[in-house]
Design a protein around this ligand. Structure first.
Ligand code: AMP
Ligand code: MG
Length: 468
């Protein structure tokens, strides 16, 4: 088949990227292809085409690969030039229902933005992104998607020699907070304006006619990101590297690196090997939301008002509002997780008190089992606080709550020990555990006992890594 690529980014935003071809994979082997996503995109691919096109072995007709420029605050420190160091945007496709998506290869070789990196990726981390992003999609959380993972036939060096792979990623766009920062930091105000116009046209077309479209853009990104982080918190998801280059203007979860799901509820949970200060710990994510959005607002200041003082006042007003907005989004998310219908003045207290009562208990299963005390009790070392909390919740929740809980709370999440086992097997050439886990996380609301259990004691403290 042919893919009807478009290239609006390259066309509308000259000098924001570099043209560079992916490395040709020597012996591409398709590990997983997302047929459902391919169909939704209007792509009717053969496996042979997928293996060639999504590994870099061959360029699909019409592709015009580019590496995008962006900057970013990494763990709070500003890097003026990051950019796609191991990714190539092949182009955009427009779905049969009119939506535009990027198709990007990740792990496809060096670019002028690679700095010291090799431009490559190992199959473990690419399959990990595939699994976790597809889980996010299955539970309805905005996310980039995974179209395919292809082993390249090349060996790459990490701590040890590993089989290389390329991920084909699908995103509403790859515009990041860091994309705006790149041009703002260089004093290229006209480019920031072009980016903002492009972002509005692509993601928020209704805002083009607003009195102040750039302020409306800031508001829209704040709204989407606030809901997104509330969704993450509901799932116990810890992104792990919420740098500004990993925050998408579209509001999608992007860049699955050291991310993982919390098991026992502990607000300070961190998995990333390099996050020594806990900057991106579970409970810090809502604070980082505000911090990152402040960095976006700074880039937009010159567009908000001709008077710099007025513009800063406007931006500060919006930034000050984020905490209250997030708290509303969080409460709405918690009402769903608790099976509460409507709103009651006591809901926030009820939700907060559950967090206190459930310290250490499995995050996912506690919500899933709330209506079944016999199943709930074994999740707790000490049930005393729950004993007092449950009657309050039952009174508020009323009839039919078991069904609402089952619809709002996944039974299956990508458990850390299951993910690790699947990736280890895949690295050794056995894809069966990966496919079994993938099938389970694609229907996350169906009970599937072996995939639901927390890590066995002895799995130990889970550690994840960046830049893999
Ligand atoms: P990340 O932490 O994955 O969001 O990546 C941060 C930056 O490092 C981005 O500019 C990436 O493109 C770049 N990067 C990560 N891994 C590699 C690699 N193996 N080779 C080249 N660049 C990389
Ligand atoms: Mg990144």
């Amino acid at each position: 088949m042919t893919i009807a690529f478009d290239h609006s980014y390259a066309r509308d935003l000259p000098n924001t990227f570099l043209r560079v071809a992916p490395d040709p994979a020597p012996a591409p082997k398709l590990l997983v292809l997302n047929r459902k996503l391919a169909a939704d995109l209007g792509l009717d691919l053969t496996e042979a085409e997928a293996a060639l096109w999504f590994s870099g072995a061959e360029l699909p007709p019409g592709a015009d690969p580019i590496a995008q420029a962006y900057a970013g605050h990494q763990f709070g420190g500003f890097s003026p030039q990051l950019g796609d160091g191991r990714a190539h945007l092949l182009g955009e496709v427009i779905t049969p229902d009119g939506r535009r998506f990027d198709i990007q290869l990740k792990g496809s070789g060096r670019t002028p933005f690679s700095r010291g990196g090799d431009g490559k990726a190992a199959i473990g981390p690419m399959l990990r992104e595939y699994l976790i992003s597809e889980f996010m999609a299955a539970v309805g959380v905005p996310t980039t998607r995974s179209l395919a993972v292809v082993a390249t036939g090349e060996e790459i060096w990490r701590a040890t020699k590993l089989p290389g792979a390329v991920l084909a990623r699908v995103a509403a766009s790859h515009l990041r907070v860091g994309t705006f920062q790149f041009f703002a930091a260089r004093g290229e105000g006209d480019k920031v304006r072009q980016l903002a116009d492009y972002a509005i046209a692509r993601h928020y077309p209704d805002l083009a006619g607003a009195d102040n479209p750039y302020l409306a853009l800031l508001d829209a990104v704040i709204a989407r990101q606030s809901r997104l982080i509330a969704d993450w918190m509901g799932l116990g998801f810890i992104h792990g590297v919420m740098n500004t280059d990993n925050m998408a203007i579209s509001g999608e979860t992007i860049d699955y690196g050291p991310c993982a799901f919390m098991e026992g509820y502990a607000p300070g949970t961190v998995f990333s090997s390099i996050d020594h200060q806990g900057r991106y710990a579970y409970a810090n994510q809502p604070l980082i939301l505000g911090w990152n959005l402040a960095r976006l607002a700074e880039t937009l200041v010159p567009l908000l008002d001709p008077s710099r003082d007025t513009a800063i006042d406007i931006a500060n007003d919006r930034l000050t509002g984020i905490a209250a907005r997030y708290r509303r989004d969080w409460l709405a998310m918690m009402r769903r997780k608790l099976g509460l219908v409507g709103e009651d003045a006591g809901d926030a207290q009820l939700a907060d008190d559950l967090l206190t009562a459930m310290a250490g208990a499995d995050w996912t299963l506690t919500f899933r089992r709330l209506a079944d005390e016999a199943m709930l009790r074994p999740l707790f070392d000490d049930f005393t606080a729950m004993e007092a909390w449950l009657p309050r919740w039952r009174t508020r929740a009323g009839d039919g709550v078991a069904q609402r809980l089952a619809a709002a709370n996944p039974a299956v999440i990508p458990r850390n020990h299951k993910v690790e086992a699947a990736l280890t097997a895949a690295t050794e050439g056995d894809m069966a555990p990966f496919h079994a886990l993938l099938a389970a996380i694609q229907t996350p609301f169906a009970e599937a006992e072996p995939f639901m259990l927390p890590a066995p004691t002895g799995f130990g403290q889970y550690v994840t890594f960046c830049g893999t």
